[in-house]
Write a protein that binds this ligand. Structure first.
Ligand code: SF4
Ligand code: ZN
Length: 324
């Protein structure tokens, strides 16, 4: 049904109802509202300074697409760099690659494409051969995080921005809470300092942006975005939690914001204090890839090694042995 006039400009017809903010906005006012919120979050949490290089991890999904576009609008002078990892997921990854190239051109930022198959000799699909075949997203997430950080180090980026939105963050926090993983919750801060000196910090400029608004933003601005789903997408506890929060939101429109605030202002400081000096897990650089790890070889490299062994046994690759 029609929403009436926009609460901000009082001129145009409103097309979006933001119940938590008691506002109905037209397209232009929504765009301003969206971009201003990104700008405010970056400034409030001091995510980056002028002159710093910001690497944006773009997957081609609505969140990272909205992030890249809005970040460039909010900070037109900032040195922004886009990264895309072609994970080698059949049909899906090539489809997304085209979208992100189109997006980077539209936004006017350089983009670096990292092709997993070409650079490292395997694809995410290959993990169907391993014992992780029912945990594809967790392996995939591990690999993506590792590579984004590696790429950011390579281009001297001061920070890596990801498209985690309000719903992602709160539902992950709740799931970790039920699992008793409080340290995991503490890692969900808007800004995460690097565990190893010289590596980029990780920022979430969309941490206060509801997921649905990323979708509105992408659709209203006709941004190139993923049009088909990943074949490995699976039902996770986090997705279940999201559904539950969506139900709660119908009664309490600001529930997600309130939960984020409780975790951020009350819970995380408590966990940080409790961890103290000795509580923090010792972190060192993985001897293979150099990324932060709690053991000699990080989880990503260990999984890749397992995969490569299987591929080798199947005769898909030959190990090259050289004597010096
Ligand atoms: Fe990776 Fe899972 Fe996302 Fe597919 S759905 S790209 S496997 S994290
Ligand atoms: Zn490693």
């Amino acid at each position: 049904k029609p929403l009436g006039k926009c609460s901000r400009c009082k001129k145009n017809e409103a097309i979006i109802n933001l119940a938590y903010a008691r506002q109905r906005l037209c397209k232009d006012c929504f765009n301003d509202f969206f971009v201003n919120r990104v700008r405010r979050v970056v400034e409030e949490f001091r995510m980056f300074k002028p002159g710093e290089r910001v690497a944006v991890a773009v997957s081609g999904g609505k969140d990272s697409v909205a992030l890249l576009h809005a970040l460039k609008k909010a900070f037109p002078e900032q040195d922004i760099y886009a990264f895309y990892i072609n994970l080698g997921i059949k049909y899906y990854s090539d489809h997304l690659e085209k979208k992100v190239i189109e997006l980077a051109e539209m936004v006017g930022v350089p983009i670096e494409i990292y092709n997993l198959k070409e650079k490292e000799g395997y694809t995410i699909d290959d993990f169907l051969l391993t014992k992780y075949k029912n945990k594809m997203c967790s392996v995939c997430g591990l690999i993506k995080r590792n590579i984004f950080t590696t790429l950011a180090v390579r281009v001297n980026a001061d920070t890596v921005a990801t498209g985690h939105n309000l719903d992602d963050t709160v539902s992950t926090m709740m799931s970790l809470f039920f699992a008793g993983d409080f340290e995991g919750i503490a890692r969900l801060k808007p800004v995460l300092k690097p565990l190893i000196k010289g590596q980029p910090r990780k920022i979430k400029p969309l941490i206060t942006t509801p997921e649905i608004e990323d979708l509105y933003y992408v659709a209203l601005n006709e941004l190139p975005v993923q049009e088909c789903g990943c074949p490995h997408g699976e039902f996770t506890p986090i997705k279940g939690m999201k559904k539950w929060l969506d139900e709660m939101e119908k009664e309490q429109p600001d529930i997600k914001f309130r939960l984020l605030s409780v975790f951020r202002r009350k819970f995380i400081p408590l966990v940080d204090r409790g961890l103290g000096e000795e509580g923090v897990e010792e972190v060192r650089a993985c001897t293979v890839c150099g990324m932060p790890s709690s053991s000699e070889i990080c989880s990503k490299c260990r999984r890749v090694m397992e995969l490569m062994e299987i591929k080798e046994r199947r005769g898909e690759i030959k190990m090259e042995i050289t004597f010096e």
